[in-house]
Design a protein around this ligand. Structure first.
Ligand code: 4AD
Length: 512
């Protein structure tokens, strides 16, 4: 359905968008878009047109259109830009529920030899052509979910009295340690950094406006290649005056749950396109289980964790055996099968091989995961596998809180009951997606912060302004950061965060 505004204002466009077709059942309208796919020949074509708002099948019959239109349909290839006029009709079998019987076709822009075809392509091939890959159906779905998450973020905070405030991208100080800073020259021998987090400026704005959130790009010179790390990512960072750690955790769980429920409600089509099994997402409801770091360490080392991992290994062996049997049986059937069945078998074989590869990789890794969990030492930071294993014990995201201070940033408040601990908290997503939120209660004591800045080897001058916040009406306050791409890749069930941003930046990728 078209958005509300476009249905009440006089239209600007002299064409209809595909998502507005339900408002035009039975009408003759013009669509403008690009050819996504084409079937048929001789005297009938089925053109799948995409225009960014959706996909629709347009049926062109040679007898119904003039020669120029037929030639346009005949010549059109993948990504040719077209204007298509025809009659809209509801059709339950059609993807999107509507179809068009075409009266006229006009070419707007040619496309010849489009490199991304419906066959399988490797990830590097696709990423090198990211500027084109964005047009594919899966990327359409992922980036529309991203857009919905962005809207849900603003709705959530705007409805709760938060002010959106913007933190600078160029900063003079580190926030999250010095090892992942992007540094650049900033006139007269001064260094500037691309911000790692808007938090410190967010704290200043919270003291001015009470409840604020920033939503901006953040940068980390992450040297590691993992499925969870980008060098440029977008973070949403609320900061609240007079909030303690518990209040902060409650806000974080409501926020995450709001985003997930909102996407489930508004992006059904996108999630279907991605073949996302949403069972686990449906359960993302508050309250989330909260466990302390100490409890998490105990759980990792427990027999229950060892058993869970062993069960996974057994389950994967079983699934692998079933898939191998299916593959063999399909191969036997293939010999005598009709052409279209052969195609189905081949398509299934690709799926089976992919899944078996994943299973083999998991089976290679799981013994190390078990070792890491069972020998986990108090005081270390959780690795990706530890986070994953922890979440296997629960049916929804979990919050881990009160971490050893020495693995956390300089600004965290110490636990008044145990000075070794910082009042930090992380939200871990299920299904192996790991940390999506990091935050905590901020230290307010001036002397303590001065000590910490020194102990972390940070230059005190750069933090003079920050320390002012502790001199003039310091109050308990808390906040957190949610990584947009981590959340989008989790909701979309994508393996890697790089698909959750239009143009990803990673250690090996600055183009396109
Ligand atoms: O845990 P982090 O480092 O926390 C902060 O930056 C705090 N200053 C936030 C705050 O309290 N205002 O990062 C927060 C979140 C992580 O949970 C993760 O979702 C995301 O940012 N994130 C990354 N996402 C993609 N690529 C990376 N390299 C990321 N590093 C962190």
């Amino acid at each position: 359905m078209a958005d509300d505004a476009s249905s009440t204002e006089t239209p600007i466009e002299d064409f209809v968008r595909i998502d507005a077709l339900p408002d035009h059942d039975g009408d003759t309208v013009t669509l403008k878009g690009w050819l996504h796919n084409k079937r048929g020949s001789k005297s009938l074509y089925f053109l799948i047109l995409r225009d960014g708002s959706g996909f629709v099948q347009c049926v062109v019959s040679e007898g119904d259109v003039d020669d120029a239109s037929w030639a346009a349909a005949d010549n059109a290839s993948q990504e040719t830009a077209l204007s298509i006029t025809g009659r809209v009709s509801a059709d339950d079998r059609a993807p999107g529920g509507y179809e068009m019987q075409v009266d006229a076709v006009e070419t707007i822009g040619d496309s010849d030899g489009y490199p991304i075809t419906p066959k399988e392509h490797g990830i590097d091939f696709l990423m090198n052509r990211r500027h084109l890959w964005l047009r594919s159906e899966s990327q359409w779905a992922v980036l529309r979910v991203r857009n919905r998450v962005q809207k849900a973020v603003h709705d959530f905070f705007q409805d709760r009295g938060f002010l959106q405030t913007d933190a600078p991208v160029l900063t003079g100080n580190a926030v999250e340690g010095t090892s992942t800073l992007f540094e650049l020259d900033y006139f007269d021998d001064e260094s500037a950094y691309l911000t790692q987090s808007g938090q410190l400026h967010g704290e200043a704005m919270a003291m001015a406006f009470g409840k604020v959130y920033t939503f901006g790009p953040t940068f980390r010179a992450e040297k590691s290649k993992t499925r969870r790390h980008l060098t440029e990512f977008w973070m949403i960072e609320p900061e609240m005056a007079f909030y303690d750690l518990d209040m902060n955790m409650t806000l974080a769980e409501r926020f995450v749950s709001h985003i997930v429920q909102d996407v489930l409600t508004h992006c059904e089509r996108e999630l279907e396109t991605l073949e996302r099994d949403t069972t686990a997402l449906q359960q993302v409801e508050t309250p989330f289980p909260r466990i302390s770091y100490d409890e998490a360490v105990e759980l990792l080392r427990s027999d229950a964790t060892a058993e869970l991992i062993d069960e996974r290994i057994a389950g994967l062996h079983e699934e692998q055996a079933e898939l191998e049997t299916e593959r063999e049986e399909n191969q036997k059937r293939r010999g005598q099968a009709k052409k279209h069945i052969k195609r189905q078998i081949d398509a299934r074989e690709i799926e089976i091989n992919k899944r078996i590869n994943d299973i083999e990789e998991a089976l290679r890794n799981l013994p190390d995961w078990k070792e890491s969990a069972q020998t986990f030492e108090w005081g270390s930071d959780f690795g990706g596998s530890d986070e994953t294993v922890l979440t296997w014990h629960f049916d929804r995201p979990i919050i881990v809180h009160r971490f050893p201070a020495k693995i956390k940033a300089f600004y965290m408040k110490r636990d008044p009951h145990d000075d070794r601990l910082a009042l930090g908290m992380d939200v871990l997503a299920p299904e192996g997606y790991g940390e999506i939120v990091g935050g905590g209660e901020r230290a307010t004591d001036l002397d303590f912060l001065q000590e910490q800045i020194e102990a972390h080897g940070l230059p005190e001058e750069a933090f003079d302004w920050y320390l002012d916040l502790r001199k003039f009406g310091a109050v308990p306050h808390s906040g957190f950061g949610l990584g947009l791409e981590r959340v989008v890749s989790w909701i979309c069930g994508r393996e890697h965060v790089r698909e959750a941003i239009p143009f990803p930046r990673t250690i090996g990728r600055l183009h396109p």
